[in-house]
Design a protein around this ligand. Structure first.
Ligand code: ASP
Length: 434
C-alpha cells in the first residue's frame, strides 16, 4: 500500500514536471512525448507491477482518440473529396496510393526475410513446456473483406466503426455532392466545417498524449520487463533492427530522394503519431493523431490525407509483414523445416496478403500467423506452440511493428500529396509549427 502511494507521488510529480515544461518553457508536444516515453520506461522498471495501477490513465487517453476515429474519417474524407472538385483525381490518388502501399510492403517483407535468414532467431530454441495457444478463427478471408467494402447499410458501418465500408461510402457521398453542383454545395460546406471541428478536438486530445503515453509505457515496462524477453531476445532485437532499417532507409529514402524533401522535418512531424502508436499498439487508434500530424505538421492537404491515411491504417501494415516474415523463418528454424526459394516467395505473398487483412488493433497479426505458417507446412498444433511462446511478450514486438505501420501511411501520404500538388511545402519546411 505504502509503495503504491509512493509510486503515485512519483508519477504525479512527473506529470506536473511535464506539464510545467509545456506551459513554462514552451517545449513542443513531440519533445514532451519523448520525455514521457523515457520517464514511463524508467518508472516501469523501478516500480514493476505497481505501474499497472496507473494503466487506466493510458486507457482513458486511448478511448479519447478512438472516439474520434469514425467522425474524423467520415467528415474529413467527404470534405476532402468535395474539395478535390474532380472525381477523376480520386482515381489517380487511389492508384498511386495502392501502388506505393504494395511497394513498401514488399520491401518490408524482404527485409524481414533477409534478417531472419542471416541471424536465425529460431536456432536452438526448444518449445517443450510451452502452453499451446489455440486461436479462434476470427480471421476473415481477403475475398470476404473485399466484398464487405460495399456496405449494405452505411449507418450500421458507421456505428460499428468498419473502416473500409465507411471509406467507400464517404467517397461516394463526396462525389454525389460534387455532381450536385450548386444544389448540394451547402452540404459540402457542412462537412468541411465538421471536419475542421473534429480536427480541433483531436488537437485538444493530443495535449493528453504525454500522460497517456507515460502510463502505458510504464505498464508495459513494469509488467513485462526485460527479463521476460530473454527467450525471445534475438527475435525482438532482429524485429526492432528490421523496423529501424525500414523506417530509415525505405521511408527515409522515399521522402529524401523521391519526394525530395528534408528528412528531419518528416520525422519530427510524425513523432507524436509514432509515440502514440508505440504506446497503444494500434494503428486504428492512432489514426486521428496520424491525420493531425500529417496535415498540421507536414502540410499534406485534406484531400490526400483523408483518403490515404484511413485506407493505410486498414490495409497498409509494413511492420506486420516484416514481422510475419521473420516469425515464419523463426518457426521453420525451430521445427527444422527446410525452405526452398519457392517457399520464400510463398511466405512473401501470404505475408503481404495477411498484412492487408490484419486489423489495426493490438496483437492482431499474432492471430493470423497460422495463415503464413501453414503455407510452409507448419501444422496447427505447431503454430499453437509458436503463438503460446510469443504471446506473452507480443506487446513489445507489436509496439515496434505498429510504429512502422503508421509511419508507412504517413510516408505514402506525403509522396502522393507531393505528386498531386497537394503538399503545402512551406508548412512542411516550417519547423515552428511542429
Ligand atoms: N498492432 C498492429 C497495428 O495496429 C497490427 C499487428 O498486430 O501487427 O498496426
Amino acid at each position: 500500500m505504502g509503495l503504491t502511494i509512493f509510486y503515485w507521488i512519483v508519477l504525479l510529480s512527473t506529470f506536473v514536471g511535464i506539464y510545467y515544461l509545456g506551459t513554462k518553457t514552451d517545449l513542443k508536444l513531440w519533445a514532451r512525448v519523448i520525455i514521457a516515453l523515457v520517464a514511463g520506461a524508467i518508472l516501469g522498471f523501478i516500480f514493476g507491477d505497481l505501474a499497472a495501477s496507473s494503466k487506466w490513465i493510458g486507457d482513458l487517453f486511448v478511448r479519447f482518440i478512438r472516439m474520434l476515429v469514425v467522425p474524423l474519417i467520415f467528415t474529413s474524407l467527404v470534405a476532402g473529396v468535395v474539395s478535390m472538385g474532380d472525381p477523376k483525381r480520386l482515381g489517380s490518388i487511389g492508384v498511386k496510393t495502392i501502388a506505393l502501399y504494395m511497394l513498401t510492403t514488399l520491401f518490408a517483407i524482404i527485409i524481414g526475410l533477409v534478417l531472419g535468414t542471416l541471424f536465425k532467431p529460431g536456432m536452438g530454441i526448444e518449445l517443450t513446456g510451452v502452453d499451446p495457444f489455440t486461436m479462434g478463427s476470427s480471421s476473415m478471408s481477403v475475398a470476404d473483406r473485399l466484398f464487405g467494402i460495399v456496405p449494405t447499410n452505411p449507418i450500421s458501418s458507421l456505428a460499428k466503426g468498419d473502416v473500409l465500408p465507411i471509406i467507400f461510402f464517404s467517397i461516394l457521398l463526396g462525389i454525389g455532392i460534387i455532381l450536385g453542383g450548386e444544389k448540394t454545395k451547402a452540404l459540402g460546406d457542412v462537412f468541411s466545417a465538421a471536419a475542421e471541428a473534429v480536427l480541433k478536438i483531436a488537437h485538444m486530445v493530443m495535449q493528453m498524449a504525454p500522460y497517456g503515453v507515460l502510463s502505458l509505457i510504464a505498464w508495459v515496462a513494469g509488467t513485462m520487463g526485460l527479463s521476460a524477453l530473454q527467450n525471445l531476445f534475438v527475435l525482438t532485437v532482429i524485429l526492432y533492427v528490421g523496423c529501424l532499417i525500414h523506417i530509415i532507409f525505405v521511408y527515409g529514402g522515399l521522402i529524401r530522394f523521391i519526394a525530395r524533401l528534408p528528412l528531419s522535418n518528416f520525422f519530427k512531424g510524425i513523432l507524436d503519431a509514432q509515440a502514440v502508436a508505440y504506446s497503444t499498439s494500434s494503428s486504428s487508434a492512432t489514426l486521428p493523431v496520424t491525420l493531425q500530424c500529417v496535415q498540421d505538421n507536414l502540410g499534406v492537404k485534406k484531400t490526400v490525407a483523408s483518403s490515404v491515411l484511413p485506407l493505410g491504417a486498414t490495409i497498409n501494415m509494413d511492420g506486420t509483414a516484416l514481422y510475419l516474415g521473420i516469425v515464419a523463418l523463426f518457426s521453420a528454424q525451430i521445427f527444422g523445416v527446410e525452405l526452398t526459394f519457392a517457399d520464400y516467395l510463398l511466405i512473401a505473398m501470404t505475408a503481404t496478403l495477411t498484412s492487408i487483412g490484419t486489423a489495426g488493433i493490438p496483437s492482431a497479426s499474432l492471430f493470423l500467423l497460422a495463415t503464413v505458417l501453414s503455407v510452409i507446412g507448419i501444422s496447427d498444433a505447431q503454430t499453437a506452440l509458436i503463438v503460446g511462446f510469443v504471446l506473452p511478450f507480443d506487446r513489445i514486438l507489436d509496439m515496434a511493428r505498429t510504429v512502422v505501420n503508421i509511419s508507412g501511411d504517413a510516408t505514402v501520404s506525403v509522396l502522393v500529396a507531393k505528386s498531386e500538388g497537394e503538399l503545402n511545402e512551406t508548412e512542411y519546411r516550417n519547423e515552428s509549427v511542429i
